[in-house]
Design a protein around this ligand. Structure first.
Ligand code: ADP
Ligand code: MG
Length: 238
């Protein structure tokens, strides 16, 4: 469980600012979706929250604690990427447990978490397979499982479904929504797909050009878009 607060976050690459002062508060257990066109800064913001990169200025707080200078490994968050890159030479079980094996966690606890994630994601039968023996959806479940076994205080997901075909995306979207309800954990979910945003989010953050255009519930955005960009983006057919 985690609350998150971004205060006047700016980020430059080689002197060129791409995030221009973002303020945002995320409540405990909330599912917040960052949506916006390619290049608007969604991944950059998520990486800053994860601690994979540092803001040029501004502060990031987790549960009221300033973590701006804290390493990714010490923030207690888990990130799931679009290119989920499972280890091809390892079984599903090994892929799930690998990240926990370098810690001091007892083997029995690792096994318990891996089995629980397997049950939750319905990949329990696949534990001895290798990634090449899995479908796209099964691979993405394993990638999500790798995040779940860490029992993070929040999940950060960067376009986790965009490599899947349209039909599977709809199924996985529903599964992610269920998972969020079950874990009751804070999630930040990045997508460029407005339908995905509208169906998943408690609140949507609409980004354009490194700035927040509007933050509201799906219904709030739909009924009262702040400007034509938001109206066009949210209303545009997928
Ligand atoms: P999105 O995820 O919304 O597609 P990104 O966060 O990846 O957008 O990128 C936002 C902007 O920052 C883009 O203009 C991109 O070119 C730039 N950018 C992102 N990462 C880097 C980097 N490591 N070096 C230079 N520019 C970057
Ligand atoms: Mg991106």
């Amino acid at each position: 469980m985690a609350t998150l607060s971004l205060k006047d976050i700016r980020k430059s690459f080689a002197g060129i600012e791409v995030i221009h002062g973002v303020d945002l508060s995320v409540k405990d257990g909330e599912l917040v979706v960052f949506v916006g066109p390619s290049g608007c800064g969604k991944s950059t913001l998520l990486r800053l929250i994860a601690g994979l990169d540092r803001p040029t200025s501004g502060t990031i707080e987790l549960d009221g604690r300033d973590v701006t200078g804290v390493n990714a490994a010490d923030r207690g968050l888990a990130m799931v990427f679009q290119s989920y890159a499972l280890y091809p030479h390892m079984t599903v079980r090994q892929n799930l447990s690998f990240g926990l094996e370098n810690t001091r966690m007892p083997k029995a606890e690792i096994a318990r978490r891996v089995d629980e994630a397997g049950r939750m994601l319905e990949i329990g039968e696949l534990m001895n397979r290798r990634p090449t023996q899995l479908s796209g959806g099964q691979r993405q479940r394993v990638a999500i499982g790798r995040a779940i076994v860490r029992e993070p205080s929040a999940f950060l997901l960067d376009e986790p479904l965009s490599n899947l075909d349209a039909e599977l995306r709809v199924t996985m979207r529903a599964e992610l929504a269920q998972l969020h309800e079950r874990l009751a954990t804070t999630m930040i979910y990045v997508t460029h797909d407005q339908v995905e945003a509208m169906t998943l989010a408690d609140r949507i953050v609409v980004l354009r050009g490194g700035r927040i255009e509007q933050v509201d519930t799906p219904l709030g955005l739909y009924n009262q878009p702040a400007n034509l960009f938001v109206a066009g983006f949210i209303g545009a057919p997928n």
